[in-house]
Design a protein around this ligand. Structure first.
Ligand code: 13P
Length: 340
């Protein structure tokens, strides 16, 4: 374990004014995204789409790191440069999704446990050689009638901690992602309660497995109203509840916290982040690690056509810039209309 490298990478991931692009959609997830724009999910189309994103001019001004999927880490830009090298040449850290997906959990109906621990230490060694500097593992917590169960929260917390330990041992910064889904009719109060219980269990396991908080990034969901709940809380309330939970559970020793967008609209994800980042005296920097809320406009502009690449990159650059402002607490709705 190289603690100097780990500390440097973790700090760079959450450096002021920048955030992370999650482009680690699994083959199944990207197929769903491509279906929405009627594009076939072939290996070449997946490569061309990621190439469009990663070769956007000026991206390094707003993006500190990109999370890649195994296939993408092995792919190249049109001119033959491996994606990891292309990103690194723009000052962007390449990262890798190392979990093997959330699978149905036995005897826990409606709940998931994330797989991928077997052989992880060996895979980490290979990913280091391919240029990965950090890694992500996503756990899924579902809110519903009688769930989440204690078994689901505990099992996922332990998997997150074991994965984080394996990454640190290989000098890769782990990004732990316990995602509380926003699907459901639950209230924001219920989301707050479940998020707090999830984070408490996660950090208890982190401590039990001797993971260093200094070399760890949390990727969390925000405390929001369930998608189907008639009362949708505004940015002020989302910020207040999310920050309260984070202050109660996340060690101050941690270098930073990033958020997933989880199906929020592009502008809500930006507005919520800005409201939180504007808070004073937080122990950690806050920033974004969005997939959908950064990529949606670019995906819908691209539509698999080489002729749309420039316009798609413009749309992507705009969302990256808006979220860069948001992570500094400086985003305002009227800025959305302003050209770069
Ligand atoms: P969303 O921002 O679309 O939720 O994706 C983030 C992510 O990395 C999911 O694992």
């Amino acid at each position: 374990m190289n603690t100097t490298d780990l500390a440097r990478i973790a700090r760079a991931m959450v450096v002021s004014g920048k955030g992370i692009l999650a482009a680690d959609e699994s083959t199944g997830t990207i197929e769903k995204r491509f279906k929405s724009i009627s594009v076939e999910s072939t290996e070449e189309n997946r490569r061309a789409y990621r190439d469009m994103l990663f070769s956007t001019k000026g991206l390094g001004e707003f993006i500190s790191g990109v999370i890649l999927y195994d296939e993408t880490l092995r792919q190249k830009s049109a001119d033959g440069t491996p994606f990891a090298a292309l990103l690194a040449s723009n000052g962007i850290l390449p990262g890798i999704k190392v979990d093997a997906g959330a699978k149905d959990m036995a005897f826990c109906p409606g709940e998931k446990i994330t797989e991928g621990l077997d052989g992880l230490a060996k895979r980490c060694g290979e990913y280091v050689k391919l240029g990965a500097k950090f890694a992500k593992w996503r756990a899924v917590i579902t809110i519903g009638r009688d769930i989440p169960s204690a078994a689901c929260i505990t099992a996922n917390a332990h998997a997150l901690a074991r994965y984080a330990a394996a990454c640190q041992a290989a000098s890769i910064v782990p990004m732990i992602e316990p995602e509380v889904l926003l699907d459901g009719e639950h209230t924001i109060e219920r989301c707050e309660e479940v998020t707090e219980a999830t984070l408490r269990a996660t950090y208890a396991a982190i401590s039990a497995y001797n993971v260093f908080p200094e070399f760890l990034i949390l990727k969390t969901s925000m405390v929001v109203s369930g998608k189907g709940n008639p009362r949708q809380a505004g940015p002020g309330e989302v910020a207040e509840r999310t920050l309260r939970v984070l202050k109660r559970t996340v060690p101050a020793a941690q270098p930073g916290i990033v958020f997933l967008s989880g199906g929020q609209s592009d502008e809500s994800a930006t507005a919520h982040l800005s409201a939180m980042a504007a808070a004073k005296n937080l122990p950690w920097p806050l920033t974004f690690s969005y997939s959908r809320a950064l990529q949606n406009p670019a995906l819908n502009t691209w539509r698999g056509e080489a002729g749309n690449v420039a316009a798609a990159q413009k749309a992507f650059h705009h969302r990256a810039r808006m979220n860069s402002l948001a992570c500094q607490g400086k985003w305002r709705p009227e800025l959305e209309k302003q050209a770069a």
